[in-house]
Design a protein around this ligand. Structure first.
Ligand SMILES: [Zn+2]
Ligand SMILES: [Zn+2]
Length: 187
């Protein structure tokens, strides 16, 4: 296969990803730019890569700032025009891109590693789903609130509180309990 145009560099610098041919039996077709080191995965390869990537998945790059290419929207290397960006929120936020037609995904340098470090790889398509993202953000913020309160109260007291919360969440006297707590704790 001869080089195709890199979605970001817009030059024919996209080549078969290293290792893509090395092992027979591994599906080929992943491509990497020899200049910006971005990575293109056709739809058919994504699931495969989730379990057996060809790239180093060390977490060394997981907090590195996104490369400059991250600011540009890319063109599908298979000629389907502008790709759709999805923002990934984390210690360092960045965008990944997916072709609306062939659904191949483009990762700028280091983005695959960041997604792996944040355990987003199993939910790759969900990143383009606003409902899922909203839910995910809510859960993440609930988790960090829980953590903070757990540290404040100590694990034993926090576990008691959790148990009571579960027991009372759907209890018909829930409103009374809240009012009572406010009365007892408020003053
Ligand atoms: Zn490039
Ligand atoms: Zn495409």
């Amino acid at each position: 296969m001869c080089a195709t145009a890199c979605p970001k560099c817009r030059k024919p610098t996209l080549e078969l990803a290293p290792g893509a041919l090395a092992e027979p039996g591994k599906p080929a077709g992943s491509r990497q730019c020899s200049v910006c080191r971005g990575l293109w995965l056709p739809r058919s390869l994504i699931e495969y890569w989730q379990h057996d990537p060809f790239v180093e998945t060390g977490t060394g790059e997981s907090t590195a700032p996104p490369p400059l290419e991250d600011r540009r929207t890319g063109l599908c290397p298979d000629g389907h025009g502008i790709m759709i960006r999805a923002k990934v929120n984390g210690p360092v936020s960045f965008y990944i891109e997916r072709c609306a037609l062939c659904r191949g995904v483009w990762f700028d340098r280091g983005e695959w590693q960041k997604l792996a470090a944040q355990h987003f790889l199993d939910h790759l398509d969900d990143l383009w789903d606003p409902q899922w993202k909203k839910r995910h953000r809510k859960e993440a913020s609930q988790r960090s609130l829980d953590e903070a309160l757990g540290q404040e109260l100590g694990s034993e007291l926090f576990a008691d509180l959790e148990r009571l919360t579960q027991a009372l969440r759907r209890h018909p006297a829930r409103a009374q309990v809240l009012a009572w707590l406010g009365e007892r704790l408020g003053g």
